[in-house]
Design a protein around this ligand. Structure first.
Ligand code: BES
Ligand code: MN
Ligand code: ZN
Length: 466
Protein backbone atom coordinates (compact mmCIF):
# COMPACT_ATOMS: atom_id res chain seq x y z
CA UNK A 1 0.00 0.00 0.00
CA UNK A 2 1.18 3.50 -0.90
CA UNK A 3 0.49 6.69 1.01
CA UNK A 4 0.47 9.70 -1.31
CA UNK A 5 0.70 13.23 0.00
CA UNK A 6 -1.38 15.56 -2.18
CA UNK A 7 -2.63 19.18 -2.09
CA UNK A 8 -6.36 18.58 -2.24
CA UNK A 9 -7.79 15.17 -1.51
CA UNK A 10 -11.36 16.16 -2.39
CA UNK A 11 -10.51 16.29 -6.06
CA UNK A 12 -8.76 12.90 -6.13
CA UNK A 13 -10.56 10.23 -8.10
CA UNK A 14 -10.98 7.34 -5.70
CA UNK A 15 -13.34 4.72 -4.26
CA UNK A 16 -13.77 6.39 -0.90
CA UNK A 17 -13.35 9.80 0.70
CA UNK A 18 -13.04 9.76 4.49
CA UNK A 19 -14.13 12.92 6.34
CA UNK A 20 -14.18 13.48 10.09
CA UNK A 21 -16.82 14.83 12.41
CA UNK A 22 -16.26 15.91 16.01
CA UNK A 23 -19.09 15.13 18.41
CA UNK A 24 -21.51 18.00 18.90
CA UNK A 25 -20.15 20.09 16.05
CA UNK A 26 -22.95 20.94 13.69
CA UNK A 27 -21.26 23.40 11.41
CA UNK A 28 -18.74 21.82 9.11
CA UNK A 29 -17.70 22.41 5.55
CA UNK A 30 -18.26 18.84 4.37
CA UNK A 31 -21.70 18.30 2.87
CA UNK A 32 -21.60 14.66 3.87
CA UNK A 33 -21.32 15.68 7.51
CA UNK A 34 -24.31 17.98 7.31
CA UNK A 35 -26.32 15.23 5.65
CA UNK A 36 -25.31 12.62 8.20
CA UNK A 37 -26.25 14.89 11.08
CA UNK A 38 -29.48 16.23 9.68
CA UNK A 39 -30.89 13.13 8.05
CA UNK A 40 -29.74 10.43 10.41
CA UNK A 41 -28.80 12.17 13.62
CA UNK A 42 -25.18 10.94 13.30
CA UNK A 43 -23.49 12.23 16.43
CA UNK A 44 -19.81 11.87 15.65
CA UNK A 45 -19.15 9.74 18.72
CA UNK A 46 -15.61 8.40 18.70
CA UNK A 47 -15.21 5.55 16.24
CA UNK A 48 -18.74 5.71 14.80
CA UNK A 49 -18.88 5.56 11.01
CA UNK A 50 -21.47 6.60 8.46
CA UNK A 51 -21.25 5.59 4.81
CA UNK A 52 -23.03 7.30 1.90
CA UNK A 53 -22.90 7.15 -1.89
CA UNK A 54 -22.15 10.08 -4.18
CA UNK A 55 -24.17 8.91 -7.24
CA UNK A 56 -21.43 9.82 -9.67
CA UNK A 57 -21.58 13.46 -8.65
CA UNK A 58 -18.11 13.56 -7.06
CA UNK A 59 -14.65 12.25 -8.00
CA UNK A 60 -14.95 9.81 -5.06
CA UNK A 61 -17.54 7.02 -5.30
CA UNK A 62 -18.48 6.99 -1.62
CA UNK A 63 -17.98 9.07 1.49
CA UNK A 64 -17.27 7.71 4.95
CA UNK A 65 -17.91 10.04 7.85
CA UNK A 66 -15.88 9.03 10.91
CA UNK A 67 -16.75 10.20 14.40
CA UNK A 68 -13.74 11.75 16.15
CA UNK A 69 -15.54 12.15 19.49
CA UNK A 70 -15.30 15.28 21.66
CA UNK A 71 -12.80 17.76 20.32
CA UNK A 72 -11.53 18.49 23.85
CA UNK A 73 -10.66 14.80 24.28
CA UNK A 74 -9.07 14.35 20.87
CA UNK A 75 -5.36 13.55 20.66
CA UNK A 76 -2.83 11.87 18.34
CA UNK A 77 -3.58 8.42 19.80
CA UNK A 78 -7.28 8.80 19.03
CA UNK A 79 -6.44 10.02 15.56
CA UNK A 80 -4.39 6.90 14.84
CA UNK A 81 -7.18 4.66 16.11
CA UNK A 82 -9.86 6.44 14.05
CA UNK A 83 -7.72 6.33 10.90
CA UNK A 84 -7.13 2.61 11.43
CA UNK A 85 -10.86 2.11 11.87
CA UNK A 86 -11.52 3.93 8.58
CA UNK A 87 -9.05 1.70 6.75
CA UNK A 88 -10.68 -1.44 8.22
CA UNK A 89 -14.04 -0.14 7.00
CA UNK A 90 -12.56 0.57 3.56
CA UNK A 91 -11.29 -3.02 3.44
CA UNK A 92 -14.76 -4.30 4.34
CA UNK A 93 -16.38 -2.46 1.43
CA UNK A 94 -13.43 -3.32 -0.82
CA UNK A 95 -12.41 0.24 -1.51
CA UNK A 96 -8.95 0.12 -3.12
CA UNK A 97 -8.24 3.84 -3.26
CA UNK A 98 -9.02 5.99 -0.23
CA UNK A 99 -8.60 9.73 0.29
CA UNK A 100 -8.76 11.49 3.68
CA UNK A 101 -9.97 15.03 4.24
CA UNK A 102 -9.26 15.77 7.90
CA UNK A 103 -10.55 19.06 9.24
CA UNK A 104 -10.23 20.83 12.56
CA UNK A 105 -7.38 18.62 13.79
CA UNK A 106 -5.12 20.99 15.70
CA UNK A 107 -1.83 19.13 15.64
CA UNK A 108 0.43 17.62 13.03
CA UNK A 109 -1.25 14.29 12.56
CA UNK A 110 1.05 13.00 9.82
CA UNK A 111 3.13 10.45 11.76
CA UNK A 112 0.18 8.91 13.62
CA UNK A 113 -1.86 8.95 10.41
CA UNK A 114 0.74 6.81 8.65
CA UNK A 115 0.94 4.48 11.65
CA UNK A 116 -2.85 4.08 11.78
CA UNK A 117 -3.07 3.29 8.09
CA UNK A 118 -0.18 0.83 8.08
CA UNK A 119 -1.08 -0.94 11.32
CA UNK A 120 -4.65 -1.46 10.06
CA UNK A 121 -3.28 -2.90 6.82
CA UNK A 122 -1.37 -5.68 8.65
CA UNK A 123 -2.40 -9.30 8.17
CA UNK A 124 -0.55 -12.54 8.81
CA UNK A 125 -1.75 -14.80 6.00
CA UNK A 126 1.45 -16.47 4.79
CA UNK A 127 0.12 -19.90 5.75
CA UNK A 128 -3.32 -19.41 4.15
CA UNK A 129 -3.49 -21.17 0.81
CA UNK A 130 -6.14 -18.71 -0.31
CA UNK A 131 -5.30 -15.12 0.50
CA UNK A 132 -8.01 -12.48 0.63
CA UNK A 133 -6.95 -9.45 -1.30
CA UNK A 134 -9.04 -6.84 0.44
CA UNK A 135 -6.11 -4.49 1.00
CA UNK A 136 -6.32 -0.81 0.19
CA UNK A 137 -3.83 -0.02 -2.57
CA UNK A 138 -3.52 3.77 -2.37
CA UNK A 139 -4.19 6.30 0.37
CA UNK A 140 -4.26 10.05 -0.31
CA UNK A 141 -3.81 12.62 2.42
CA UNK A 142 -2.94 16.27 2.94
CA UNK A 143 -0.03 15.97 5.32
CA UNK A 144 3.63 16.52 6.10
CA UNK A 145 5.57 14.21 3.79
CA UNK A 146 8.60 13.55 6.01
CA UNK A 147 6.46 12.79 9.08
CA UNK A 148 4.39 10.40 6.96
CA UNK A 149 7.57 8.59 5.89
CA UNK A 150 8.76 8.41 9.49
CA UNK A 151 5.43 6.91 10.60
CA UNK A 152 5.69 4.37 7.79
CA UNK A 153 9.14 3.30 8.95
CA UNK A 154 7.96 2.77 12.52
CA UNK A 155 4.99 0.79 11.20
CA UNK A 156 7.23 -1.37 9.06
CA UNK A 157 9.42 -2.15 12.07
CA UNK A 158 6.25 -3.14 13.92
CA UNK A 159 5.16 -5.40 11.07
CA UNK A 160 8.62 -7.01 11.08
CA UNK A 161 8.25 -7.72 14.80
CA UNK A 162 4.66 -8.94 14.48
CA UNK A 163 5.60 -11.31 11.66
CA UNK A 164 8.38 -12.80 13.78
CA UNK A 165 6.23 -13.25 16.87
CA UNK A 166 3.35 -14.70 14.83
CA UNK A 167 5.69 -17.17 13.15
CA UNK A 168 5.27 -20.73 14.44
CA UNK A 169 8.03 -21.92 16.79
CA UNK A 170 8.92 -24.72 14.39
CA UNK A 171 10.32 -22.04 12.04
CA UNK A 172 11.25 -19.17 14.37
CA UNK A 173 14.04 -21.14 16.06
CA UNK A 174 17.09 -19.69 17.82
CA UNK A 175 19.18 -20.29 14.68
CA UNK A 176 16.56 -18.57 12.56
CA UNK A 177 16.57 -15.51 14.84
CA UNK A 178 20.37 -15.48 14.58
CA UNK A 179 20.28 -15.61 10.81
CA UNK A 180 17.65 -12.84 10.67
CA UNK A 181 19.90 -10.73 12.90
CA UNK A 182 22.84 -11.32 10.57
CA UNK A 183 20.79 -10.16 7.59
CA UNK A 184 20.09 -6.72 9.06
CA UNK A 185 23.36 -5.29 7.79
CA UNK A 186 24.61 -4.31 11.25
CA UNK A 187 27.79 -5.34 13.02
CA UNK A 188 26.62 -8.66 14.47
CA UNK A 189 28.19 -11.40 16.55
CA UNK A 190 26.48 -14.73 17.14
CA UNK A 191 27.83 -16.82 20.00
CA UNK A 192 27.17 -20.56 19.79
CA UNK A 193 26.82 -22.90 22.74
CA UNK A 194 30.54 -23.45 23.30
CA UNK A 195 31.28 -19.75 23.18
CA UNK A 196 28.49 -19.05 25.67
CA UNK A 197 29.97 -21.70 27.92
CA UNK A 198 33.36 -19.95 27.76
CA UNK A 199 31.64 -16.70 28.75
CA UNK A 200 30.18 -18.50 31.78
CA UNK A 201 26.54 -18.24 30.80
CA UNK A 202 25.42 -21.20 32.91
CA UNK A 203 21.90 -19.91 33.51
CA UNK A 204 21.08 -19.27 29.86
CA UNK A 205 22.57 -22.56 28.68
CA UNK A 206 20.70 -24.59 31.28
CA UNK A 207 17.36 -23.44 29.89
CA UNK A 208 18.20 -24.55 26.35
CA UNK A 209 19.51 -28.00 27.33
CA UNK A 210 16.23 -29.89 26.98
CA UNK A 211 15.77 -28.85 23.36
CA UNK A 212 17.13 -30.20 20.09
CA UNK A 213 17.56 -26.59 18.93
CA UNK A 214 20.98 -25.11 19.58
CA UNK A 215 20.89 -21.94 21.69
CA UNK A 216 22.25 -18.74 20.11
CA UNK A 217 23.40 -15.59 21.85
CA UNK A 218 22.92 -12.63 19.51
CA UNK A 219 24.64 -9.23 19.73
CA UNK A 220 23.87 -6.60 17.08
CA UNK A 221 25.41 -3.14 17.10
CA UNK A 222 24.27 0.06 15.39
CA UNK A 223 27.00 2.66 15.60
CA UNK A 224 27.44 6.34 14.74
CA UNK A 225 30.31 8.74 15.18
CA UNK A 226 30.20 10.67 18.47
CA UNK A 227 26.99 9.09 19.76
CA UNK A 228 24.92 11.23 22.12
CA UNK A 229 24.23 8.17 24.21
CA UNK A 230 24.80 4.42 24.25
CA UNK A 231 21.81 2.17 24.85
CA UNK A 232 21.49 -1.61 25.01
CA UNK A 233 18.12 -3.21 24.37
CA UNK A 234 17.74 -6.80 25.53
CA UNK A 235 14.85 -9.06 24.45
CA UNK A 236 13.70 -12.32 26.01
CA UNK A 237 14.13 -14.87 23.25
CA UNK A 238 12.45 -18.10 24.30
CA UNK A 239 11.36 -19.39 20.90
CA UNK A 240 9.00 -21.81 22.59
CA UNK A 241 8.17 -22.13 26.28
CA UNK A 242 6.78 -25.56 27.12
CA UNK A 243 7.60 -24.88 30.77
CA UNK A 244 10.36 -27.50 30.68
CA UNK A 245 10.06 -30.37 33.18
CA UNK A 246 7.64 -28.19 35.16
CA UNK A 247 5.53 -28.51 32.06
CA UNK A 248 2.70 -26.10 31.35
CA UNK A 249 -0.92 -27.23 30.99
CA UNK A 250 -1.96 -27.43 27.34
CA UNK A 251 -4.06 -24.27 27.41
CA UNK A 252 -1.20 -22.16 28.76
CA UNK A 253 1.26 -23.59 26.24
CA UNK A 254 -0.89 -22.79 23.24
CA UNK A 255 0.50 -19.30 22.56
CA UNK A 256 4.02 -19.86 23.83
CA UNK A 257 5.55 -19.32 20.40
CA UNK A 258 5.14 -15.67 21.44
CA UNK A 259 7.70 -16.03 24.25
CA UNK A 260 10.28 -14.42 21.96
CA UNK A 261 8.24 -11.23 21.57
CA UNK A 262 10.92 -9.25 23.42
CA UNK A 263 13.52 -10.57 20.99
CA UNK A 264 11.22 -9.86 18.05
CA UNK A 265 10.87 -6.29 19.30
CA UNK A 266 14.64 -5.88 19.53
CA UNK A 267 15.06 -7.24 15.99
CA UNK A 268 12.29 -4.95 14.69
CA UNK A 269 13.87 -1.88 16.26
CA UNK A 270 17.37 -2.81 15.02
CA UNK A 271 15.97 -3.46 11.53
CA UNK A 272 15.00 0.18 10.99
CA UNK A 273 17.80 2.12 12.70
CA UNK A 274 19.90 2.61 9.55
CA UNK A 275 16.91 4.22 7.86
CA UNK A 276 16.03 6.44 10.81
CA UNK A 277 19.66 7.29 11.51
CA UNK A 278 19.48 8.28 15.21
CA UNK A 279 22.70 9.71 16.71
CA UNK A 280 22.76 7.03 19.38
CA UNK A 281 24.75 3.82 19.65
CA UNK A 282 22.33 0.94 20.03
CA UNK A 283 23.17 -2.63 21.03
CA UNK A 284 20.54 -5.32 20.44
CA UNK A 285 20.95 -8.39 22.60
CA UNK A 286 19.07 -11.68 22.57
CA UNK A 287 19.75 -14.91 24.43
CA UNK A 288 17.72 -17.23 22.21
CA UNK A 289 16.77 -20.78 23.14
CA UNK A 290 13.84 -23.12 23.49
CA UNK A 291 12.51 -24.29 26.88
CA UNK A 292 11.78 -28.01 26.42
CA UNK A 293 11.63 -31.05 28.70
CA UNK A 294 14.02 -33.23 26.61
CA UNK A 295 16.26 -35.84 28.22
CA UNK A 296 19.07 -33.35 28.90
CA UNK A 297 16.69 -30.80 30.35
CA UNK A 298 17.64 -28.81 33.45
CA UNK A 299 15.83 -30.00 36.54
CA UNK A 300 14.18 -28.53 39.59
CA UNK A 301 16.82 -28.49 42.31
CA UNK A 302 19.75 -27.95 39.92
CA UNK A 303 22.15 -25.19 40.85
CA UNK A 304 23.28 -22.93 38.00
CA UNK A 305 26.10 -20.40 37.89
CA UNK A 306 25.39 -17.22 35.95
CA UNK A 307 27.95 -15.12 34.08
CA UNK A 308 28.54 -12.87 37.11
CA UNK A 309 29.34 -15.88 39.32
CA UNK A 310 26.06 -15.80 41.25
CA UNK A 311 24.47 -19.20 41.89
CA UNK A 312 20.79 -19.97 41.32
CA UNK A 313 18.82 -22.93 42.61
CA UNK A 314 16.17 -23.96 40.08
CA UNK A 315 12.85 -23.84 41.86
CA UNK A 316 10.72 -24.01 38.74
CA UNK A 317 11.89 -24.69 35.18
CA UNK A 318 9.00 -22.58 33.87
CA UNK A 319 10.62 -19.45 35.28
CA UNK A 320 13.17 -19.72 32.48
CA UNK A 321 13.01 -16.22 31.03
CA UNK A 322 14.72 -14.64 34.01
CA UNK A 323 17.53 -17.22 33.78
CA UNK A 324 18.27 -16.38 30.16
CA UNK A 325 17.94 -12.67 30.90
CA UNK A 326 20.28 -12.97 33.88
CA UNK A 327 23.20 -13.81 31.60
CA UNK A 328 22.06 -11.36 28.92
CA UNK A 329 21.89 -8.54 31.49
CA UNK A 330 25.36 -9.41 32.83
CA UNK A 331 26.65 -9.25 29.26
CA UNK A 332 24.88 -5.93 28.57
CA UNK A 333 26.19 -4.44 31.83
CA UNK A 334 29.74 -4.97 30.58
CA UNK A 335 29.32 -3.08 27.29
CA UNK A 336 29.95 0.35 28.78
CA UNK A 337 26.52 1.65 27.73
CA UNK A 338 24.59 4.39 29.56
CA UNK A 339 21.33 2.50 29.77
CA UNK A 340 20.05 -1.06 29.50
CA UNK A 341 16.39 -1.67 28.68
CA UNK A 342 15.00 -5.19 28.60
CA UNK A 343 11.67 -6.37 27.22
CA UNK A 344 10.28 -9.74 28.17
CA UNK A 345 7.09 -11.80 28.16
CA UNK A 346 8.18 -12.61 31.67
CA UNK A 347 5.30 -13.27 34.03
CA UNK A 348 1.68 -14.34 33.99
CA UNK A 349 1.47 -12.25 37.17
CA UNK A 350 2.04 -9.04 35.19
CA UNK A 351 -0.74 -10.09 32.86
CA UNK A 352 -3.04 -10.69 35.83
CA UNK A 353 -2.18 -7.27 37.25
CA UNK A 354 -2.49 -5.13 34.13
CA UNK A 355 -4.32 -7.19 31.52
CA UNK A 356 -3.64 -6.50 27.87
CA UNK A 357 -3.83 -2.72 28.25
CA UNK A 358 -0.47 -1.98 29.78
CA UNK A 359 3.01 -3.39 30.13
CA UNK A 360 4.63 -3.38 33.57
CA UNK A 361 7.80 -1.36 33.92
CA UNK A 362 10.36 -1.29 36.74
CA UNK A 363 13.96 -0.27 37.06
CA UNK A 364 16.82 1.12 39.10
CA UNK A 365 16.64 4.68 37.76
CA UNK A 366 13.61 6.84 38.27
CA UNK A 367 14.28 9.20 35.34
CA UNK A 368 14.76 6.35 32.88
CA UNK A 369 11.51 4.67 33.97
CA UNK A 370 9.56 7.95 33.93
CA UNK A 371 10.90 8.91 30.50
CA UNK A 372 9.98 5.54 29.04
CA UNK A 373 6.47 5.83 30.49
CA UNK A 374 6.11 9.27 28.86
CA UNK A 375 7.45 8.09 25.52
CA UNK A 376 5.12 5.08 25.60
CA UNK A 377 2.13 7.34 26.18
CA UNK A 378 2.87 9.52 23.19
CA UNK A 379 3.71 6.49 21.06
CA UNK A 380 0.34 4.84 21.66
CA UNK A 381 1.42 2.30 24.26
CA UNK A 382 0.92 2.17 28.02
CA UNK A 383 3.57 1.32 30.59
CA UNK A 384 2.66 1.15 34.26
CA UNK A 385 5.31 1.20 36.98
CA UNK A 386 5.47 -1.73 39.41
CA UNK A 387 7.64 -1.66 42.55
CA UNK A 388 11.07 -3.24 42.90
CA UNK A 389 11.37 -3.17 46.70
CA UNK A 390 14.11 -5.29 48.26
CA UNK A 391 11.50 -7.17 50.31
CA UNK A 392 10.41 -8.98 47.16
CA UNK A 393 13.73 -10.79 47.30
CA UNK A 394 12.88 -12.47 50.63
CA UNK A 395 10.97 -15.29 48.98
CA UNK A 396 13.82 -15.92 46.53
CA UNK A 397 16.24 -16.91 49.29
CA UNK A 398 17.73 -20.38 48.81
CA UNK A 399 19.13 -22.77 51.45
CA UNK A 400 21.97 -23.89 49.21
CA UNK A 401 22.60 -21.18 46.59
CA UNK A 402 22.62 -17.37 46.33
CA UNK A 403 18.98 -17.37 45.26
CA UNK A 404 16.15 -19.41 43.78
CA UNK A 405 14.56 -18.56 40.46
CA UNK A 406 11.03 -18.36 41.88
CA UNK A 407 9.48 -17.57 45.20
CA UNK A 408 6.05 -16.56 46.37
CA UNK A 409 3.21 -16.60 43.84
CA UNK A 410 2.15 -13.17 45.05
CA UNK A 411 3.66 -10.12 43.44
CA UNK A 412 5.19 -12.34 40.76
CA UNK A 413 6.06 -9.51 38.35
CA UNK A 414 8.06 -7.67 41.02
CA UNK A 415 9.72 -10.87 42.27
CA UNK A 416 10.93 -11.51 38.74
CA UNK A 417 12.10 -7.89 38.61
CA UNK A 418 14.22 -8.09 41.77
CA UNK A 419 15.69 -11.36 40.49
CA UNK A 420 16.83 -9.61 37.28
CA UNK A 421 18.22 -6.69 39.30
CA UNK A 422 20.86 -9.02 40.79
CA UNK A 423 22.43 -9.32 37.34
CA UNK A 424 22.54 -5.64 36.43
CA UNK A 425 25.76 -3.88 37.38
CA UNK A 426 26.72 -0.20 37.41
CA UNK A 427 24.28 0.85 34.72
CA UNK A 428 20.86 2.48 34.52
CA UNK A 429 18.33 -0.22 33.80
CA UNK A 430 14.63 -0.59 33.04
CA UNK A 431 12.69 -3.84 32.69
CA UNK A 432 9.47 -3.95 30.68
CA UNK A 433 7.22 -6.97 31.24
CA UNK A 434 5.18 -7.36 28.04
CA UNK A 435 3.54 -10.71 28.91
CA UNK A 436 0.04 -9.22 28.77
CA UNK A 437 0.45 -6.98 25.74
CA UNK A 438 2.65 -8.83 23.26
CA UNK A 439 0.06 -11.27 21.95
CA UNK A 440 -3.63 -10.34 21.87
CA UNK A 441 -6.40 -12.90 22.14
CA UNK A 442 -8.87 -10.47 20.58
CA UNK A 443 -8.62 -7.28 18.49
CA UNK A 444 -7.69 -4.17 20.49
CA UNK A 445 -7.90 -0.64 19.06
CA UNK A 446 -5.92 -0.58 15.80
CA UNK A 447 -4.45 -4.07 16.37
CA UNK A 448 -5.81 -7.41 15.23
CA UNK A 449 -5.55 -10.65 17.22
CA UNK A 450 -2.08 -12.11 17.61
CA UNK A 451 1.30 -10.40 17.87
CA UNK A 452 1.04 -6.66 18.61
CA UNK A 453 4.61 -5.47 18.06
CA UNK A 454 4.72 -4.37 21.71
CA UNK A 455 7.60 -2.08 22.57
CA UNK A 456 8.63 -1.23 19.03
CA UNK A 457 7.10 2.25 18.71
CA UNK A 458 8.14 3.28 22.18
CA UNK A 459 11.74 2.13 21.86
CA UNK A 460 12.17 3.72 18.43
CA UNK A 461 10.77 7.03 19.66
CA UNK A 462 12.86 6.81 22.82
CA UNK A 463 16.02 6.28 20.75
CA UNK A 464 15.06 9.11 18.37
CA UNK A 465 14.37 11.58 21.15
CA UNK A 466 17.85 11.34 22.74
N1 BES B 1 6.56 -17.05 29.35
C1 BES B 1 5.98 -17.17 30.62
C2 BES B 1 5.15 -15.95 31.04
C3 BES B 1 3.92 -15.67 30.22
C4 BES B 1 2.68 -16.09 30.66
C5 BES B 1 4.00 -14.94 29.05
C6 BES B 1 1.56 -15.82 29.92
C7 BES B 1 2.87 -14.67 28.32
C8 BES B 1 1.64 -15.11 28.76
C9 BES B 1 7.05 -17.36 31.68
O1 BES B 1 8.19 -18.01 31.27
C10 BES B 1 6.46 -18.20 32.76
O2 BES B 1 6.17 -19.33 32.51
N2 BES B 1 6.29 -17.60 33.94
C11 BES B 1 5.73 -18.27 35.05
C12 BES B 1 6.59 -17.99 36.25
C13 BES B 1 6.26 -18.83 37.43
C14 BES B 1 6.70 -20.25 37.21
C15 BES B 1 6.95 -18.23 38.62
C16 BES B 1 4.32 -17.74 35.27
O3 BES B 1 4.11 -16.54 35.09
O4 BES B 1 3.44 -18.53 35.56
MN1 MN C 1 8.01 -20.16 31.43
ZN1 ZN D 1 8.61 -17.91 29.26
Amino acid sequence: MEIRVVENTKSVECDLLVVNLFEGETTTSAIANTYAIQQDNFQGKFGETYLLPTYGQEPHRKVLVVGFGKKSEFNPNKLREAVAKSIKKAMQIEAKTVAFKLEGVEFDYSEQFALGVKIADYTFDKYKSEKKDNHVKEVFVEANESEIRKGEKIASAMAFTRNLANEPAQFATPSELASIACDLGLETKIYNKDECEKMGMGAFLAVGRGSAQEPKFIHMKYSVQNPKKKIAIVGKGITFDSGGLDIKPASSMLTMKDDMSGAACVLGVMSILKELNPQVEVHGIIAACENMPGCSAYKPGDVLTAKNGKTIEVDNTDAEGRLTLADALCYASELGVDEVIDLATLTGACMVALGSNAAGIMGNDNDLVKNLIKTAERSGERYWELPLWDEYFDSLKSDIADMKNTGSRWGGASTAGVFLKKFVKDVKWAHIDIAGVAFLDKPQKELIKGASGAGVRTLINYILEQ
